[in-house]
Design a protein around this ligand. Structure first.
Ligand SMILES: Cc1ncc(COP(=O)(O)O)c(C=O)c1O
Length: 420
């Protein structure tokens, strides 16, 4: 069972104290104490405020939007408030689209369909070998419409994407570069800004899959150079939900799936059907949580987006200390590790295998010791099975820490692995 001894605080490299004990108190699932959550890349736990906001939505605004009565006005306004906060989180321009959907995969499928409806035979898309298949297969499906796919392959041994390898894939027919902001299997942070600059110089648009990134860093569309972006609030301490951003160029290039009477340039045009209002309202409370953390660490910044980004950056410094401890412990146990060798250049997501064991065997053993980790390809199938060649091992074990993880979590995993 997990250890109940928990670190009280961890220091970031700027000398501020990360309020780990008070932070964990805010997450009911962590307080329950029966699971060591190190499968956060598959979905994160939520603070009490999010649960309360979902309850509030289902108690006081469980109606549809657009009506004249009070509950309907409430749900309409609540949604627009959260949309505004998401726009500030992303640094989205005021003429951009910020739309909600069920999850990132569905939104990427909508986007690929829109791209396909506007495409001409011979149009080219560059995808990467580092991506989750949610950002590969919808684009691959366009081959039937004459769209040509080129793949930017990661380089061995650490499976990193090099802009030098991207340049030859870009040409006058390239319409889109679509790439991950962070690998959900290896944690690697590719240089998205450098890639975007190359793609833009070739006249292409850039789509960033920020699903893994957004739990660890602010996905600032300006800094990333993203014309379009998706992320999933359920990986970012909120309810099950997806978010889509389109800048003006992408919005104008790709026809929205709008109903005939909806303004095709509006955010609503990308929200076919009724949304999960309670999930959207619940996600709003994640920004309150980030504001609480900003206060805790003494981060004074008036701009919402920069403040939330500052909090995530401080959290990532805390996470890096956990990553270092985990990597060191895995090395001591003789684990085979994948991706970058140290904590630098990555999130706190770590993929590995134990000597002579298949990945699922290790995850099942960890589960018997109360530790949640993932095993397999984590939907980054090509990366795991083809580029890393892990089919015979059944993929890899993946441990993923987030801002509320602590050194007791890492110690519990290492102790379980030592007993294999
Ligand atoms: C990097 C990445 N992209 C896309 C997805 C798919 O997200 P969703 O579950 O919201 O469809 C995931 C989910 O694990 C992911 O990690």
């Amino acid at each position: 069972m997990p250890s109940t001894e928990r670190s009280r605080s961890t220091h970031g490299d700027d000398g501020r104290t990360w309020p780990i004990a008070r932070l964990r108190e805010r997450f009911p699932a962590l307080r329950a104490g029966d699971t060591v959550y190190l499968d956060n890349a598959a979905g994160a736990q939520v603070p009490r405020g999010v649960i309360d906001a979902v309850t509030d939505a289902m108690t006081t605004m469980q109606v549809n939007k657009g009506g004249a009565y009070a509950a309907s006005v409430r749900v309409t306004e609540a949604k627009e408030r959260v949309r505004g906060r998401v726009a500030r989180f992303l640094g989205a321009p005021s003429d951009g689209v910020v739309a909600f959907g069920p999850n990132a995969t569905t939104l990427l499928t909508l986007l690929a369909d829109a791209f396909g409806r506007a495409a001409r035979p011979g149009d080219e898309i560059v995808v990467t070998g580092l991506d989750h298949h949610a950002n590969l297969d919808p684009w691959r499906a366009l081959a039937g419409r004459g769209v040509v796919l080129r793949t930017w392959l990661p380089r061995a041994p650490h499976m990193t994407l090099h802009p030098d390898d991207l340049a030859p894939l870009l040409g006058p027919r390239t319409r889109l570069l679509t790439m991950t902001g962070a690998s959900n299997l290896l944690g690697t942070l590719p240089d998205v800004a450098a890639a975007s600059a190359l793609a833009h110089a070739a006249g292409a648009l850039v789509l960033v899959d920020a699903v893994h990134l957004a739990a660890h860093a602010r996905p600032d569309v300006g800094e990333l150079g993203a014309d379009a972006l998706v992320f999933s609030p359920y990986k970012t301490f909120g309810p099950h939900l997806g978010v889509l951003y389109l800048g003006p160029r992408a919005r104008d290039a790709w026809p929205a799936p709008a109903l005939s009477f909806v303004d095709a340039r509006s955010s609503s045009a990308w929200e076919p059907g009724t949304q999960s209002h309670e999930a959207i309202h619940g996600f709003g409370a994640v920004f309150d949580h980030l504001d609480w953390l900003a206060q805790e660490i003494g981060l004074v910044e008036r701009d919402d987006g920069r403040r939330w980004g500052g909090v995530l950056a401080a959290g990532a410094r805390h996470e890096a200390t956990l990553t270092e401890a985990l990597l060191e412990g895995l090395d001591a146990l003789g684990a085979e590790r994948y991706g970058l060798p140290a904590a630098r250049g990555r999130t706190s997501t770590v993929a590995f295998n134990m000597p002579g064991r298949r990945a699922h065997e290790v995850a099942e053993h960890a589960a018997r010791h109360g530790v949640a980790v993932a095993a397999g390809h984590a939907y980054a199938y090509d990366l795991a099975m083809t580029h890393l060649g892990l089919a015979e091992r059944g993929g890899a074990v993946r441990a993923s820490a987030v801002h509320y993880s602590d050194d007791a979590d890492v110690a519990a995993l290492l102790a379980a692995l030592a007993r294999l």
